[in-house]
Design a protein around this ligand. Structure first.
Ligand code: NAG
Ligand code: NAG
Ligand code: NAG
Ligand code: NAG
Ligand code: NAG
Ligand code: NAG
Ligand code: NAG
Ligand code: NAG
Length: 332
């Protein structure tokens, strides 16, 4: 063999062996791998986790993501599987660099919100929605300062809403809807420390008055439907807000609609099934929105103009003495 051919052969072999060595090298942190295998075992080795093979690099496993340089596990996302049964294993608290934890649509996932989640200081997104979790909302959630998303909706959670949640400075979206939460909306929800989150509290058993402190907030979306809230709702409105969607349907709210000033930004206002009285304010003709005020105690003529005549009559029906198009004409 000519010397330069020999050299290139040597070089070729070297590159070949290096690339094999790299493909075999474990990037996954061994401690993280151990924890993930414990979690797999706790979930009874479900099929959805069959790629979690101890012989493979855990950063390549399905549902797992690692940091590009540190190779620590930063994301665990397990979706839609009814074979995963039991409780959230305490071991999730031993993935110290986790930023995203999503256990979603696991109908046989039961038990409490695992207390060791409190250890996950880097958590940005906690989505445990559509499971069958029970027990109360732990107040430690308010100390996970980097949370931008907290979604616990569609579970079986009970007890009151911890006031500490308003201390999450980066929270963009708070979904606690479709549980069995009781008590009042915390007064602290008028004092969110940073961003004002999209607020979803519907389909619970919340009671009492909406706190007046909420007048300080400018929610983009606020959904309080299907609870047992009483009294007024003025604190959610006002000319200076930029709120778009307000759903207060199916509560026990009782206030004079004529006295409320609605922000021009409103796109959806659902007030159906309450005890709202007074009449529809003329200012509503200036709004570009969807409206439903059915099943209340409203009276008087529906003002003519804007979008008010374009709504289906079911937006207005079952009131005390509301009249005018699209309902029947006002008599006398
Ligand atoms: C999960 O729950 C469904 C009913 O909701 C049941 O039919 C199924 O056997 C459960 N699976 C396991 C693994 O427990
Ligand atoms: C909770 O469990 C019940 C009974 O097993 C099931 O019907 C329901 O779909 C589950 N809920 C969710 C949100 O998965
Ligand atoms: C929280 O987020 C900020 C900004 O992204 C980051 O600098 C900080 O290290 C994070 N804190 C934790 C505990 O992860
Ligand atoms: C949170 O849960 C709600 C209700 O299930 C769902 O509509 C919403 O898309 C979820 N949001 C995120 C960001 O996961
Ligand atoms: C929800 O919780 C209630 C009371 O805590 C319990 O009786 C019920 O069985 C739970 N439902 C499911 C689907 O777990
Ligand atoms: C709304 O904003 C205007 C102009 O910034 C201000 O003069 C007025 O006092 C505000 N009204 C309320 C109710 O905050
Ligand atoms: C509602 O408020 C308006 C305006 O302040 C007032 O004229 C009206 O009498 C009130 N209606 C009822 C039923 O209290
Ligand atoms: C308004 O709400 C009522 C009560 O839920 C419902 O029956 C009706 O269809 C709704 N109308 C529109 C236009 O959405």
């Amino acid at each position: 063999m000519a010397p330069n051919l020999k050299l290139s052969w040597l070089l070729f072999s070297l590159i070949f062996f290096i690339s094999i060595a790299i493909s075999v090298a474990e990037l996954c942190n061994p401690a993280d791998k151990k924890v993930l295998l414990t979690i797999k075992k706790a979930f009874n080795n479900p099929y959805v986790l069959s790629s979690w093979d101890p012989k493979q690099d855990c950063c390549t496993w399905y549902s797992v993501d690692c940091h590009p340089t540190t190779h620590r596990v930063i994301s665990l996302i397990i979706l839609a599987d009814d074979k995963i049964s039991g409780q959230i294993p305490p071991d999730v608290g031993d993935l110290p660099f986790l930023q995203t934890l999503m256990l979603h649509k696991l109908p046989n996932l039961t038990g409490p919100i695992q207390p060791t989640i409190a250890n996950l200081r880097h958590l940005k997104s906690l989505d445990l929605s559509w499971n069958n979790l029970s027990g109360s909302l732990p107040s430690f959630l308010g100390s996970l300062k980097n949370l931008t998303l907290l979604n616990l909706s569609f579970n079986n959670l009970t007890g009151t809403i911890p006031s500490s949640l308003s201390q999450l400075p980066n929270l963009g979206s708070l979904h606690l809807d479709r549980n069995k939460l009781t008590g009042q909306i915390p007064d602290s929800f008028g004092y969110f420390e940073g961003e004002i989150p999209y607020l979803y509290l519907s389909h619970n058993e919340l009671s009492g008055k909406i706190p007046a402190s909420l007048s300080k907030m400018d929610f983009n979306v606020v959904s309080l439907a299907r609870n047992r809230l009483e009294g007024g709702a003025w604190m959610l409105f006002g000319a200076n807000k930029t709120t778009q969607i307000v759903d207060l349907s199916r509560n026990l709210l009782e206030f004079n609609l004529s006295e409320v000033v609605f922000p021009r930004s409103l796109t959806t206002l659902d007030l159906n099934h309450n005890k709202i009285f007074g009449s529809i304010p003329v200012a509503m003709t200036e709004l570009t929105f969807q409206l439903n005020v059915s099943y209340n105690r409203l009276c008087g003529q529906i003002p003519v103009g804007g979008r008010l005549q374009s709504f289906d009559l079911s937006s207005y029906f079952h009131n005390k003495c509301l009249c005018g198009a699209p309902l029947g004409s006002c008599k006398g």
